[in-house]
Structure formats: structure tokens, C-alpha cells
Design a binder for this molecule. Structure first.
Ligand code: ZN
Ligand code: ZN
Length: 659
């Protein structure tokens, strides 16, 4: 037996180059012969360092006499739960779907385990039985969900706030819990996870709960993973990385606020937790419940294609419920022409009145907007003739450019739509808005401090600052909050009287194929902020395009007809959900030549019917080139051959959020 050796195939989860081979062979030392199994985590030497890897398979090999000596496995990393077949399948699915190396995906599933592990301690009140009586609609939805347990299936539970969505899915959780199953609750933000602890502890018992998100310590995370792996914790409330947890017996998945973009991990390895949740429900034969007031366009499309079952809950009829009013302010009419920088007369008066009544107000600017041109008379925005997305204005070169295909043109001397005197650059800043609002507030209440707050990417970096904003807002001390979409449902308050969209045009004209979809769901979210307001509040939307059909649909929450229109545009111009997009970003060296070479190689491996747009240097730069690939949603593209074709270029699959 001297020329037989026990060897093992390992997928290293560290020091993985995206384009490199993902499996390495190691010798197994005798002391580990009967220990190692596929899925276990080991330490192996790789490129002069010690890395973690996952055992993929083990075999007896007759080694050729002249083989160079293989390296030996160092140790079994027994402190990390092994990956069962389901998680290995999920990792493979993610690597394939989002074009990452398998090792990169596996790394996400191996938590760092510090020397000392600390159990998570959640505080909650004593468990109480719920005595909520369901309406007929709620009962029917709850019984459909109850009957769905134990089978894979996707449901969309939709309805406005107050329609009883959580009451309905909590019944399903109760049943899954009674069957000793684990339940994964995915939420977009850390705040949302923390907000669920108290009500869930009361309903399901604090001993059943655990929380997983990026703000818990490695010591706590390691303990939570272990308790989930051993099946001791039944309800896992988590942000997107919760889909990677080592479940022992998963029986139900709930995705709260389905249309939120935070479920997409933007770093490589990229993944979309909503899609991963659906994959998990297939692996575990359990249902996924997507929850939101309206579905995303993608979910709507899947409902239409009968891949998702819609469970609609109607508006509750309650005496103390006040529907917010939506008012569209036409900035192109001479009476409401903006006098200040941000606020037109109508919104300014409404804000002043609101402040005098000591009611709270929120003013929102688009975090994705700006940089495009707008006609101040009719709201016209130049678009790319082939991509149908808004063109971006480059001041230095005095040119308009398409973010996708690189098409450039001059700014027209007159507005081509209304022949008005010219277009101007849309530029809005939360800081200038804050100053403007501060001046208005100080006129009414000269002596007070903390009355105006700002929450945007800039101020949100400081956690203490954010906590202070929450405190001042909750106590009612803060009267006006200005910022971006970071102002979430957490700020819905009873005394909120006004929400103002300063420039709807920066939403409508965002240089992205999803501009209108995002505008619709963002505006719907903003009106959702007002559902707790007493008396009823008003959503004001300032725009130069008051006649845009989106507003009429929005006033009636008619997402069906809005989405049907949007889907026909997407189909015509080849955008998701009819195709998938992949952006390839080439930097360093000679990016132009490199980009041409990558394009050639991609043409060789992409299935017929795929399109390559570009390559083009984005934002007028020359050290970076990009190309955009459109391919069929079911196209058989092998992840590793694609990564080999693009060499070291950065891949950005489904680039929806950042544009
Ligand atoms: Zn015009
Ligand atoms: Zn274009």
C-alpha cells in the first residue's frame, strides 16, 4: 500500500483569486483519517499562509512515483459548524448565479470564531397569548399559509400598513414553531431587526429568538451560529446575511419589506438575499412569504407568471385611520415657481403652516438623483436614443453622455419639447435644503435648538448623531427632518403632518432603467410614513412634470397598471426582468485594449441572443472602461468560464442599485 495515499479535495475560502481554480488536493495525515468528511472546515497551507478551506471530497489515490510532494492538511477547524449538503448547494448556486468563485462564497459561511464566545442575551417581556380576531381576508390568507408549510412555495402577502400583514404571518410562524421548525425572518435594516425583538419575545418567547446582523460582535455571532446549527434557537431575525446561517431544520422564511434594495449585497461576492431565500425554500421544502405594501416590479412579474401566489389584504376600515392625501405641485405653473433654491411657494407655505401647528415634517431629496439636465418650463430630460435612460451632463466637457452605452451628444440650445430657452443642470443638496428649512423654522421659533435635523449618507456615518436624531424625533423636539431615502419607516409618527418630495424630477430622471420603478415605490413608501398621522397628513410632490402618468397611478396606488406599462417598456428595450444584466469593469494597465480583448472573449462564450453594450469609458475617464452584457434569464453561462474570460476585471451582476 506504500504508493497509495489518502488525499482530500479542498476548496480554500481565503486567498481566493476570482479567476483561479477553486479546488486543491492535500494529503490527509493519519490522525485525521477517520475524522474528515465533506463539508467540514479545515486549515490548510496555501501560498505560504494558513487558510480555512472546506472539504469537498475524500478519496484514495495511487500517486505516480514522480509526483511532486503534496502538502498536508494541518488541522480540523472543529469550532466552525460544518457545511451540510444544503449549504454547499446554496454556495454553489450563489457562485454560479452571481459569477463569484466558490471559495469566496464559502468564506461568507465561515464565521470568525474568537477564543471566547459570548451567548447572545436578548431582553423581552413575558410571553402572552395573542387575542387578535382575524377578518375574513386575514383568515383566508393565514389558512393558505398554514396549509403551505412543509412544501416549497413563494407567497406575496400585500396590503397597506394596518391591514394585518404581520398578524397573518405570525400565525404561520406559530404553526411552524409548534412543529419544532426554525423560522428565518429577513429584514432590510439593523433597526428593523431590533424593532422586532420586543413584539416577537412577547408572542413567541425570548428564549426562542436570536438576532443576526453586521453590528453584533464576532463572539456573539459565533454563539448564535452554533445555537442555530444545534437547533436551539428557533426564530432567527436577520438582515441579508441571515440566508447564510447554518440552519438545523428550516421550516419557514419571511421577507419583510420585499421591495427594499438593502437585500442586495453590493460587495463581491454579490448576492440578493431575496433570491437566496427563495433558493433556501426550495432546498428545505418550506414556504417563503414576501411581505410589503406593494410588490416590487420583479415580484409583480413573478405573480403574473404564476411563480408567486398573491395574498392581498385590503385596506382596513377603521374609524381612527386617516388616509394621507397626495398633492402634486406643478412647478412649471408660474404661481408655484420655485423662489428659493429648493422649496416652491406652495410647499413653503404648507411647511410654515405645519410648523406653526407644531406638527412634524419630513423633506426628502433623491440620493440617486442629480447630474441630469432638466427643462424648467416643461420638465423635459434628454434621454439616450438607444437605451432609454437619462443622459448625464459632464460640465468639464460640456457634453451629455449615456451611462450605459457611452453615446454622447451636445446639450440642445433650446428645449426640443417646448422650445423653451434652455435646459439646466439638476443639482440638489441636502445641506442647502437644511439651511433653507432652518431659516423658515427660526422665523417661527427663534429661540429653540435641535428643531431641524439632517439624515443623509453624510450624517448617517456618525452613529451617535443618528441616535440623537432618533431621540429628538421621538420626543417631538425635532420638528423637521431633511434627508434622503435613508429616512425610513422608523420615522412614521403620529404628529407627522407633512412629507415633501423636493424634486420628483430627480427621481423620474435618474440615469437608470429602474428610475420610474424606484420613483413609484419610493413615493409609496413616503406616503406610508403618514399612515400613523393624526389628523391625516399630506404628501407633497414638487415636479416640473405634473402630467406624468406615474402620479395619477400613485394617487390610487394603482401599481398593477403602472407596472404593466413599465413592463412593456422593459420588454421593448431589453431590460430586467426580461433579461439579466452584467456590468464588467476594467481598470489598470491599458484598459481600452484590455476591454476590447475581454469583449472578444465574451463573444466566444456567451450564448446566442446575448448583447454586449460598449466597451466605453464611464464618466469621461480613461483609466477605466466598462461594458454591459444583457443575457437571457435562463442562459446557461458557466460562472468559472465567464470569470476566466474577463480575467481580473470586476464583475457587477444585476447592477441595479448603484446606477
Ligand atoms: Zn421644455
Ligand atoms: Zn445609451
Amino acid at each position: 500500500m506504500a504508493d497509495f495515499q489518502r488525499v482530500i479535495n479542498i476548496i480554500p475560502a481565503q486567498k481566493v483569486a476570482a479567476a483561479s481554480s477553486s479546488i486543491f488536493t492535500y494529503l490527509v495525515p493519519p490522525r485525521l483519517h477517520n475524522i474528515l468528511r465533506p463539508g467540514m472546515v479545515v486549515r490548510v497551507p496555501l501560498r505560504r499562509s494558513e487558510v480555512l478551506g472546506v472539504v469537498s471530497s475524500q478519496e484514495m489515490h495511487r500517486l505516480p512515483a514522480d509526483t511532486k510532494k503534496l502538502k498536508e492538511v494541518l488541522d480540523h477547524a472543529s469550532e466552525i459548524p460544518p457545511l451540510d449538503e444544503k449549504r454547499l448547494t446554496l454556495a454553489n448556486w450563489m457562485a454560479q448565479k452571481y459569477f463569484s468563485a466558490l471559495g469566496q462564497t464559502l468564506k461568507l459561511m465561515l464565521p470568525r470564531v474568537p477564543a471566547r464566545v459570548r451567548e447572545q442575551e436578548l431582553v423581552g417581556r413575558e410571553r402572552q397569548t395573542a387575542d387578535f380576531v382575524l377578518t375574513e381576508h386575514q383568515r383566508s390568507a393565514a389558512s393558505q399559509l398554514g396549509a403551505a408549510l412543509g412544501k416549497p412555495g413563494i407567497f406575496f402577502l400585500g396590503g397597506p400598513s394596518g391591514s394585518g400583514k404581520s398578524e397573518v404571518y405570525e400565525r404561520a410562524i406559530e404553526r411552524a414553531l409548534a412543529g419544532e421548525k426554525q423560522i428565518l425572518i429577513l429584514v432590510p435594516q439593523i433597526d428593523d431587526a431590533n424593532a422586532l425583538i420586543a413584539p416577537f419575545a412577547r408572542r413567541f418567547g425570548v428564549e426562542n429568538l436570536c438576532i443576526l446582523h453586521s453590528a453584533i460582535s464576532p463572539a456573539e455571532r459565533a454563539a448564535v451560529w452554533r445555537s442555530v446549527h444545534e437547533g436551539r434557537k428557533k426564530i432567527i431575525i436577520a438582515t441579508r446575511s441571515g440566508v447564510l446561517a447554518p440552519f438545523a431544520d428550516l421550516g419557514l422564511i419571511v421577507v419583510e419589506r420585499e421591495h427594499d434594495d438593502s437585500f442586495v449585497e453590493e460587495q463581491m461576492p454579490r448576492y440578493d438575499a431575496r433570491e437566496a431565500a427563495i433558493e433556501l425554500s426550495r432546498l428545505w421544502s418550506c414556504p417563503t412569504i414576501l411581505v410589503d405594501h406593494i410588490p416590487s416590479l420583479r415580484a409583480y412579474f413573478q405573480i403574473r407568471e404564476k411563480q408567486i401566489t398573491l395574498l392581498p389584504l385590503p385596506n382596513p376600515v377603521k374609524a381612527d385611520r386617516h388616509e394621507p392625501t397626495i398633492k402634486i405641485i406643478d412647478l412649471s405653473s408660474p404661481h408655484s415657481r420655485a423662489r428659493g433654491e429648493n422649496l416652491g411657494d406652495q410647499l413653503r407655505y404648507a411647511l410654515e403652516e405645519n410648523i406653526r401647528a407644531k406638527r412634524q415634517a419630513i423633506l426628502i431629496l433623491n440620493r440617486r438623483g442629480g447630474g441630469t439636465l432638466l427643462c424648467p418650463d416643461c420638465g423635459y430630460t434628454p434621454k439616450c436614443p438607444s437605451c432609454e435612460v437619462s443622459l448625464i451632463w459632464f460640465e468639464a466637457r460640456k457634453k451629455l453622455q449615456c451611462r450605459q452605452c457611452g453615446h454622447t451628444e451636445d446639450s440642445p440650445a433650446r428645449c426640443p419639447s417646448c422650445l423653451g430657452p434652455g435646459l439646466r443642470v439638476m443639482r440638489y443638496g441636502t445641506q442647502s435644503l437644511e439651511q433653507e428649512v432652518r431659516a423658515i423654522v427660526e422665523k417661527t421659533f427663534p429661540q429653540s435648538a435641535h428643531l431641524v435635523g439632517r439624515l443623509d449618507a453624510d450624517t448617517a456615518k456618525d452613529k451617535k448623531n443618528v441616535a440623537q436624531i432618533h431621540k429628538d424625533w421621538d420626543s417631538g423636539k425635532m420638528l423637521v427632518l431633511v434627508g434622503t431615502q435613508l429616512i425610513g419607516s422608523r420615522f412614521a409618527s403620529k404628529s407627522l403632518g407633512l412629507v415633501g418630495v423636493v424634486s420628483a424630477d430627480s427621481f423620474l430622471a435618474a440615469p437608470h432603467y429602474r428610475a420610474l420603478e424606484n420613483a413609484f415605490t419610493d413615493f409609496a413608501d413616503m406616503s406610508g410614513l403618514l399612515t400613523r398621522a393624526k389628523p391625516a397628513g399630506t404628501l407633497y410632490i414638487q415636479t416640473f412634470r405634473a402630467e406624468h402618468p406615474l402620479f395619477e397611478r400613485l394617487k390610487h396606488f394603482d401599481y398593477q397598471n403602472f407596472y404593466e406599462q413599465e413592463l412593456s417598456e422593459r420588454k421593448k428595450f431589453h431590460y430586467p426582468p426580461f433579461v439579466r444584466l452584467l456590468r464588467v469593469n476594467i481598470t489598470g494597465g491599458e484598459p481600452r485594449r484590455e476591454a476590447a480583448a475581454v469583449t472578444e472573449k465574451l463573444r466566444g462564450i456567451l450564448p446566442a441572443g446575448s448583447e454586449i453594450i460598449g466597451p466605453t469609458p464611464p464618466a469621461g475617464t480613461h483609466d477605466q472602461w466598462e461594458l454591459l452584457v444583457k443575457f437571457a434569464t435562463n442562459a446557461p453561462i458557466d460562472s468559472s468560464s465567464l470569470r476566466r474570460a474577463v480575467g481580473g476585471a470586476e464583475l457587477d451582476p444585476d447592477p441595479a442599485v448603484r446606477w
